[in-house]
Write a protein that binds this ligand. Structure first.
Ligand code: C2E
Ligand code: CA
Ligand code: CA
Ligand code: CA
Length: 278
């Protein structure tokens, strides 16, 4: 973990007391935040390569805190994850996503949404059944939802998480390994995981233009993914050079600021409308 003050952005080093107080506040305030509209789901488009056709979006949570302003999920998701509340977060995001997918279907658009799961969801044997019920209630085909999970969240307790993953997959959802290439990710594990998609970590994609080893890592992951018959997604695609390179490598899907930043529900609808009606 980074040491206090290493990020240097705020210009002062918060004390341990301040850090714990803030974390404590975030945990105690989160449920109210969910219920009172402070938490929103934003959507970042994913496009097919090379066609640039929109295939769906990743759902990314945002918290506008009354005192601290717009909080990054990198700050509050880990705090929420350490408590039972992450269950409420995942349900909230899934409910929103299913509502959107249903709305698009009613307008003749077949788009999928990727939802990030936490290690707690994977350890929860009741999770697949609750997911199934939600699909049924919304009338959404399960193949229109992708669940993104990191290898470390699966490997934290494989005896619990693998049965959950298998049941989710049996429902027909798409499973993706997120942040691939970081942590303990390895070939052997990828082969054994019941997944359909691998998402190359953005650090490698961002580095491709300046760092040959990042380029080599991206190429290897695309080849590895394809040899295992997995679909390969690159995130962190910020410029044309990266996109063109990914096309040459035959990467399947791209996500990143080049295509769009994550957008609020309304702005994503407007973006979609402009993209699909011209
Ligand atoms: P992630 O799942 O790896 O999500 C991708 C992150 O990369 C997002 O950050 C996104 O805004 C950012 N990103 C997308 N395109 C680009 C690009 O072209 N360049 C750069 N530099 N960054 C890009 P965000 O939204 O801040 O989310 C951070 C992390 O918080 C996510 O990483 C995910 O681990 C977690 N998170 C977000 N929403 C949820 C959620 O609903 N549930 C859970 N469990 N975790 C979530
Ligand atoms: Ca993700
Ligand atoms: Ca990621
Ligand atoms: Ca990440």
């Amino acid at each position: 973990a980074a040491r206090n003050g290493e990020d240097g952005v705020r210009g002062y080093v918060p004390s341990m007391g301040q850090i714990f107080l803030r974390r404590f506040q975030l945990v105690t305030q989160f449920r109210h935040a969910l219920e009172s509209g402070q938490v929103e789901v934003h959507y970042q488009p994913k496009v097919a390569l090379p066609s640039r056709r929109v295939v769906g979006a990743e759902a990314l949570v945002r918290w506008s805190h009354p005192e601290y302003g717009r909080l990054s999920p990198d700050e509050f998701v880990p705090v929420v994850e350490a408590t039972g509340l992450v269950d409420a977060l995942t349900s909230f995001v899934l409910e929103r996503a299913l509502g959107r997918i249903r709305g698009w279907l009613d307008r003749g658009l077949r788009l999928s949404v990727a939802v990030n799961l936490s290690v707690r969801n994977l350890a929860d044997e009741t999770f697949p059944e609750r997911v199934r019920e939600a699909f049924e209630r919304h009338g959404v085909p399960p193949e229109l939802v992708t669940f993104e999970l990191t290898e470390s969240s699966v490997m934290a307790d494989p005896d619990r998480s693998l049965p959950v993953l298998r049941r989710l997959r049996a429902l027909g959802v798409v499973l993706a390994v997120d942040d691939f290439g970081t942590g303990y990710s390895s070939l052997a594990y990828l082969r054994q995981l019941p997944v359909d998609e691998v998402k190359i970590d953005k650090s490698f994609v961002l580095g491709m233009g300046t760092d040959l080893s990042d380029m080599a890592v991206v190429r290897s992951i695309v080849e590895l993914g394809h040899s295992l018959e997995l679909s390969v997604v690159a995130e962190g695609v910020e410029d044309d050079a990266a996109r063109d390179q990914l096309v040459r490598m035959c990467c399947d899907t791209a996500q990143g600021y080049l295509i769009s930043r994550p957008l609020s529900e309304d702005r994503f609808e407007a973006w979609l409308w402009a993209r699909t009606s011209g």
